[in-house]
Design a protein around this ligand. Structure first.
Ligand code: KIV
Ligand code: ZN
Length: 430
């Protein structure tokens, strides 16, 4: 971990006049959740309207600071979901909607976010030559003009405007700075530098953030943000490097879902900053004991769950099999455990629930997952549970969560499950 020493962010010490929606504490890392946008747009991750709303409620409860609810221009369904989330989640996160640098995109975000008391318009345009030349087929000057016009348009409708320079990490740094300056002069308050293709490394990420922060106009009044994809398995490490270099917003998703190999996993970023707070002295608003249930809830909606060896939320993340490890754990958990399962909301009790289980065991397990059921509600739940257990051999936490909302577990079986001997075995989908 050499080289990860937090250097402290000095020039954001004053509350930033440009940071709206109360997001100006230099010691806070703002968690921008994009599970419902970057995550939802990836294969196997589409969710129904009611599932998006349910997920949004859980994310608000989890303590995310910003919730990107969707890309309203992309479909009527996305528009309706962003609008419903803006209507319902009025206490907690700032609700964001994504727009390309086009008036109709921005207008759609404005309409969808209309009911939200705290809102952000998130506008993006590519800054790399490869995107400008082959995808957008526009010149650098045309790109700068579009950014100026679109960010200015967005600012007429919201105080809080984020500009993302798509593919920032493969862009010419001089042009990137020029583009960001145009965005800032046109009213952007958060500047996001995405590693769109998951290509960069932690040292390069830190250098890019430092250079941009040194050279951009009014940098001390802006919030810089990282948005890292995981194509080389570096999304979380790159996000951490960005934070060390002064970023105060990280964009991430539950279970790391997102385009291709996914985005930085929210549960990993939040837990890393908590467990290694000695190295990176920023705090988040995340309620860590809700991380596991967020992961399970998402898994109950989409077509796959986290791999068993996935950090923080995987079924084996706290399992010890080797004799020497078991011995060490029994002698003192500190030998092999840097955090407890309970600290991230993983039930410590691994009792197997099946059709012979009783109401009390079920109620206890549900309470560990954050659901308190009793009386008639528990009776009705128990009935649904035993019906399911009659026909399904393995019941997972995500099945239990699906049943809480009276849903048939649809895609509820993870791609891999943990056998009683902790060996991961392939499991046919239900
Ligand atoms: O990966 C990316 O560049 C994005 C932007 C739209 C922020 O998702
Ligand atoms: Zn992305």
């Amino acid at each position: 971990m050499k080289g990860w020493q937090f250097k402290g962010s000095r020039d954001c010490e004053e509350a930033s006049p440009l940071a709206p929606n109360g997001l100006s504490d230099p010691n806070r890392l703002y968690i921008f959740d994009t599970t419902l946008r970057d995550g939802e747009q990836s294969p196997g991750c589409s969710m129904r309207h009611d599932e998006k709303l349910h997920m949004a409620r859980h994310l608000a409860d989890l303590g995310v600071d910003l919730l990107e609810a969707g890309f309203p221009i992309s479909s009527d369904g996305d528009f309706a979901a962003v609008k419903a989330i803006a209507q319902e989640i009025t206490d907690g996160p700032v609700i964001a909607g994504l727009a390309r640098c086009r008036a109709e995109d921005i207008n759609a975000v404005v309409r969808a976010l209309e009911p939200a008391p705290r809102k952000r318009i998130h506008v993006f345009l590519a800054s790399s030559d490869v995107h400008l030349e082959f995808k957008l087929k526009i010149s650098r000057q045309q790109a700068l003009d579009q950014v100026g016009e679109s960010v200015g348009h967005a600012r007429q409708h919201a105080d809080d405007v984020e500009f993302s320079a798509e593919d920032a990490t493969r862009s010419d740094i001089e042009f990137l700075i020029q583009m960001i300056n145009v965005a800032v002069e046109s009213g952007a308050t958060t500047i996001n530098l995405p590693d769109t293709v998951g290509y960069t490394t932690p040292d390069e990420t830190a250098r890019m953030f430092r250079t941009v922060r040194q050279r951009v106009t009014n940098a001390d009044k802006l919030i810089f943000s990282a948005h890292c994809h995981d194509d080389l398995g570096l999304a979380v490490a790159n996000s951490l490097a960005a934070v060390e270099a002064g970023a105060r917003q990280v964009e991430c998703t539950i279970n790391g879902i997102g385009e291709r190999a996914g985005n930085a996993a929210l549960e990993e970023v939040a837990t890393l900053l908590r467990v290694r707070n000695d190295r990176v002295a920023v705090s988040t608003n995340i309620r860590h004991d809700k991380l596991y249930s967020a992961s399970q809830l998402l898994s109950s909606f989409i077509s796959f769950g986290p791999a068993p060896n996935k950090a923080i939320v995987g079924a084996n993340a706290f399992a010890h099999e080797a004799g020497i490890h078991q011995h060490g754990m029994l002698a003192n958990p500190l030998c092999y455990e840097i955090m407890t399962p309970e600290s991230v909301g993983q039930p410590c009790n691994r009792m197997v629930l099946g059709k012979h289980s009783g109401r009390r065991a079920l109620a206890h397990h549900l309470s560990e997952l954050g659901y308190q059921l009793e009386g008639a509600e528990l009776d009705a739940y128990y009935h649904r549970f035993t019906t399911l257990a009659d026909r399904k051999k393995n019941i997972y936490d995500q099945d239990l969560i699906a049943l809480v909302t009276d849903r048939e577990p649809q895609h509820a079986t993870p791609a891999f499950v943990t056998a009683p001997d902790h060996k991961a075995v392939a499991q046919p989908t239900a």
